[in-house]
Design a protein around this ligand. Structure first.
Ligand code: CTP
Length: 401
């Protein structure tokens, strides 16, 4: 619920602006007060009258409207909100925000505010993928701006891909999570992710093909449900989500130390592909080829099993410890064995054989093994696997009190 929450909704200029009307309705249904701000471009897609009617409030449009300044200055308007939502956030609006411009009411409010800001980007897929937009997005995220969406699918312009504004229900869920209303509000969840790099010498290392996509999606999904997430990540190909506390490590030993430092947590999910072995003694200087042509022999030693260590703790064990089992054959049998051997509560098993296309891919086909048995999930986008798993974790922690 959003009872008593004040949301300033900036409606940018895009075909998705019509969804802002449904968004206002849904936010108000949940008890929030919504003050709409309409940009000049936004006014080409929705009328101030329909926004005002749905919001039950005056629509703010012009920076230089003296009546508005007398009633409520732009500084006050920007700070009286619990959250500023920009939906749709166009490529242009994002660029102006990232640059810190303040040429109109919307950007002035965004620059003057001390409230949290959430963007629901909406634009053509090429505009979304353009390095300039991605650069602006990265800057905005680094500034602490939250984002929801965009989704994938067919767009008004006929092209297919990411760029479609998140659905109003999704935006409402993100708003609730941001304002502390999610089912995991007040819970600390630890997530490990990505590969580890085990040095051979200062320039070489042992690694694996994990992209960190599933771990990042999971951290985001948990944060979306309101959890305080500590995200311990190795050098991954995908960036960490915003809104989580990121701890970057390289080796398994560093990951173990970071995990132990982050405890206690109510739940811990080990999505990292930790290197099982490290080189016993990494060379201090770059290793040179032997003139005789004899290759060096690397002595490997086993890394600590972080999951097993945490699951086996006698004190301070998280109420729910979830491991992943990446297997290339006999997935179920190995996963059941792994659950018993490592002492974790759940195992998320997946087939990472090259024929599955899962490692480094966008989809995952998992089997969730709990104390009650094994559930085979359909092949789903990694984001969706993450959302389902996060919901299960929330349900489990909820029922465990
Ligand atoms: N894991 C860990 N620390 C390690 C190795 C693995 O925390 N040193 C965790 C992974 O994050 C994952 C689970 O253990 O959640 C399973 O990892 P996996 O590499 O699939 O299992 P292994 O222990 O390597 O077992 P096997 O060698 O039989 O594949």
């Amino acid at each position: 619920m959003l009872a008593g929450k004040r949301i300033l909704l900036i409606v940018g200029g895009g075909i998705a602006a019509y969804k802002a009307l449904d968004l206002i309705r849904r936010l108000r249904e949940r008890g929030a007060a919504v003050t709409p701000v309409l940009t000049e471009a936004g006014a080409r897609f929705v009328t101030p009258l329909s926004l005002a009617a749905l919001a039950g409030q005056k629509v703010y449009r012009d920076l230089f409207d003296l009546t508005d300044e007398a009633e409520m200055g732009h500084i006050r308007l920007s700070r009286s909100a619990d959250l500023i939502v920009v939906a749709p956030a166009t490529a242009d609006l994002m660029a102006r925000m990232a640059a810190g411009l303040a040429g109109d009411l919307a950007t002035t409010l965004l620059l003057a505010t001390d409230a949290r800001v959430m963007l629901a980007p909406a634009m053509n897929v090429r505009m979304w993928r353009h390095p300039a937009t991605q650069r602006n997005l990265a800057s905005l995220r680094a500034d602490g701006v939250l984002t929801v969406g965009p989704g994938e699918g067919e767009m008004a312009c006929g092209e297919v891909g990411p760029g479609r504004m998140a659905e109003p229900a999704e935006i409402v869920a993100a708003v609730e999570a941001a304002l502390g209303g999610g089912p995991l509000a007040g819970r600390h969840v630890l997530v490990t992710s990505g590969p580890t790099h085990e040095p051979i010498d200062p320039v070489r290392y042992i690694a694996n093909r994990s992209s960190g996509a599933q771990g990042a999606a999971l951290a985001r999904a948990l944060a979306d449900l309101g959890a305080r997430v500590t995200f311990v990540t190795g050098p991954a190909a995908v960036p960490p989500p915003q809104g989580v506390a990121v701890v970057r490590i390289e080796t398994a030993a560093e990951m173990l130390a970071a995990v132990e430092a982050a405890l206690p947590a109510e739940a811990a999910v080990f999505a990292a592909a930790v290197a099982d072995w490290r080189v016993a003694e990494a060379a201090a200087e770059k290793m040179k080829k032997d003139r005789s042509g004899t290759p060096p022999a690397l002595t490997l030693v086993e890394n600590p099993d972080i999951l097993a260590r945490v699951a086996g703790r006698s004190t301070g064990r998280p109420a729910l410890v979830v491991g992943f089992a990446a297997e290339t054959r006999d997935v179920l049998a190995h996963a059941l064995d792994k659950r018993a051997r490592k002492g974790c509560d759940w195992i998320v098993a997946n087939d990472v054989s090259p024929r599955s296309g899962i490692m480094g891919g966008a989809e995952n086909a998992v089997t969730l093994i709990t104390g009650e048995g094994a559930e085979v999930w359909p092949r789903l986008p990694k984001d969706e696997v993450a959302r389902r798993l996060a919901a299960r974790i929330a349900a489990h922690l909820g029922s465990a009190g």
